[in-house]
Design a protein around this ligand. Structure first.
Ligand code: IMP
Length: 427
C-alpha cells in the first residue's frame, strides 16, 4: 500500500474511523486534509471507545505519524483537549502529531457567527451545522482575513487577532449576539500557541519527503461526498472539499502521487442536519436502522436520519472520487429485515434521473426507484470470511457493486476491529 485516499461516499458518518483504524496498521503516515472539529471518528479498541474530532485516528497506533494538513481548520483549544485526553489515556502525541503551519485557525467568534447565522436563517432554510465555526472559518480563508497556525507563532499575533476581534465583535453585535471576550480570547490563544508550537511545522515538505522515501500514506477524508462544498447538496453541505481532490489541495501532495482511492459507504444511508435525502425512511424501518446502527452524531449527539442505500449517490461518488474499491460498513444492521431496498435511479417530473441534479429544489422532488431484495434474516456479526456470508447478503453486496460499478474491497459487519473482512485479499 502506498498513497491512498479514503473518502466518505454518502453524507458522512459512513464508519470511516473504523476502516481507517484497520488500514492504519499497514501505513506509516495518516493525514487529515479538510474539515475541522465538526468531524467525529469513532474507534472501538477492546472495551475502550475513542472519539476523535481533529487528530487522525492513526494516533491510536503506536509509532504512526499523524498529520493535520493545511486544508483543515483547527480549533486550538479543542485540539489541546484531544491531545490532553489522549495523553491521559496513555497515548502521548508529541513527536507523532504534526500540524500544518498553513492550516487556518477557528476562533470563538467563528463559532458565535456560525450559531447566529443558523439562528437567523428561516426555519426551512437552516443548514443544521455542527456549530463548530466551520463555515465562518473557511469564509475568512476565502475572504483572506483568516489567521493561520504560522500566525499563532508570530510575535505580532496579538495585534493581528485584535484587528479581527474588533471587526467580528461589531458583526456579532449587529446580528444581536453577544460579542466575544477579547482579552479572554487573546489569553487562551496565546497559551494555546505556546503549547502547540512543538507540533506546528511545514507539513507540505514533511509529507512530500515521506512519499519520496516510499512511505505508505493514508489520507483520511472527513464528512462525505454529498457534503462537499462543490459537489454536495448545496447549500446543505459543509464548507470544504470532502472529495478525493481535497487531499491534494489540503496537503500539498500532487494528484499523480495518489495510487488508489477507497470509498466508504454504509450498507444503507444516513444523514445528520437538514437537506434533501431521497431514500429517507420516516417510518419504523428507519427507526430500526437508527436503533440497530446506533445512529447518533459523534460530534453533536443528534439522531441521524436513516434510509435505504442510494446507488445514485454512490455512483456519483464513485465518479467524482475515482473510487477503486468500496469499504462497505454496517451490513449487520440489516440482519433482521424481511425486505431490503436499493434505490437504483430517481424519478423526477415523469422522467428517469440517473445522477444528482444540481438544483436542490429538483432533488427535493425526486422520488426513488427501488429494487427489492429478500432479507437474509440471520446474524452476520460473527462472519469472518466474505465467502461465509449468507447467500442473500452476498447477493445484496454483489448487486450494490454491480449498480455502482465498483468492487468491494472491505466489508464491515460490526464495530470491533476484528469484524472487518478483507474481500479482495481473500478472493
Ligand atoms: P458544518 O460542517 O458544521 O458547517 O455543518 C454543515 C452540514 O454538514 C450539517 O448538515 C452537518 O450536520 C454536516 N456535517 C458536518 N460534519 C459532519 C460529519 O462529520 N458527519 C456528518 N455530517 C456532518
Amino acid at each position: 500500500m502506498s498513497v491512498t485516499v479514503l473518502v466518505g461516499s454518502q453524507w458522512g458518518d459512513e464508519g470511516k474511523g473504523k476502516i481507517i483504524d484497520v488500514l492504519t496498521r499497514e501505513v506509516d503516515v495518516v493525514v487529515r486534509y479538510q474539515g475541522g472539529s465538526n468531524a467525529g471518528h469513532t474507534v472501538e479498541i477492546g472495551a475502550q471507545r475513542y472519539v476523535l474530532h481533529l487528530i487522525p485516528s492513526g494516533i491510536l497506533h503506536e509509532g504512526k505519524q499523524c498529520v493535520i494538513g493545511n486544508g483543515v481548520v483547527v480549533d486550538p483549544v479543542a485540539l489541546l483537549k484531544e491531545i490532553d485526553e489522549l495523553t491521559e489515556r496513555g497515548m502521548p502525541t508529541e513527536g507523532r502529531l504534526h500540524i500544518s503551519d498553513r492550516a487556518h485557525i477557528v476562533f470563538p467568534y467563528h463559532k458565535a457567527l456560525d450559531e447566529s447565522r443558523e439562528r437567523l436563517r428561516a426555519k426551512d432554510s437552516k443548514i443544521g451545522t455542527t456549530k463548530r465555526g466551520i463555515g465562518p472559518t473557511y469564509g475568512d480563508k476565502a475572504a483572506r482575513t483568516g489567521l493561520r497556525m504560522a500566525d499563532l507563532l508570530d510575535p505580532h499575533f496579538g495585534t493581528l487577532l485584535d484587528e479581527r476581534l474588533v471587526e467580528k465583535n461589531r458583526i456579532l453585535t449587529a446580528l444581536g449576539a453577544e460579542p466575544v471576550d477579547a482579552s479572554e480570547v487573546q489569553r487562551a490563544y496565546a497559551q494555546a500557541g505556546e503549547r502547540l508550537a512543538p507540533y506546528i511545522t511545514d507539513t507540505v515538505s514533511l509529507l512530500n519527503r515521506a512519499v519520496n522515501d516510499g512511505k505508505s500514506v493514508l489520507f483520511e477524508g472527513a464528512q462525505g461526498t454529498m457534503l462537499d462544498i462543490d459537489f454536495g447538496t448545496f447549500p446543505y453541505v459543509t464548507s470544504s472539499n470532502a472529495t478525493a481532490g481535497g487531499a491534494c489541495t489540503g496537503t500539498g501532495i500532487a494528484p499523480h502521487r495518489i495510487d488508489r482511492v477507497i470509498g466508504v459507504v454504509k450498507a444503507y444511508t444516513t444523514r445528520v442536519g437538514e437537506g434533501p435525502f431521497p431514500t429517507e425512511l420516516a417510518d419504523e424501518t428507519g427507526a430500526l436502522l437508527g436503533r440497530e446502527g446506533r445512529e447518533f452524531g459523534a460530534t453533536t449527539g443528534r439522531p441521524r436520519r436513516c434510509g435505504w442505500f442510494d446507488a445514485v449517490v454512490a455512483r456519483f461518488s464513485a465518479m467524482l472520487n475515482g473510487i477503486d474499491e468500496w469499504a462497505i460498513t454496517k451490513l449487520d444492521v440489516l440482519d433482521s429485515l424481511e425486505t431490503i431496498r436499493i434505490c437504483t435511479a430517481y424519478e423526477c417530473g415523469g422522467k428517469r434521473c440517473e445522477t444528482i441534479p444540481a438544483n436542490i429544489r429538483t432533488l427535493e422532488q425526486c422520488t426513488p426507484v427501488y429494487e427489492d431484495f429478500e432479507g437474509w434474516q440471520c446474524s452476520t456479526k460473527e462472519v469472518s470470511r466474505f465467502e461465509d456470508l449468507p447467500p442473500r447478503a452476498r447477493a445484496y453486496v454483489d448487486r450494490l457493486c454491480e449498480l455502482t460499478g465498483v468492487p468491494v474491497g472491505i466489508l464491515s459487519v460490526g464495530p470491533r476491529r476484528d469484524s472487518t473482512l478483507r474481500v479482495r485479499a481473500e478472493a
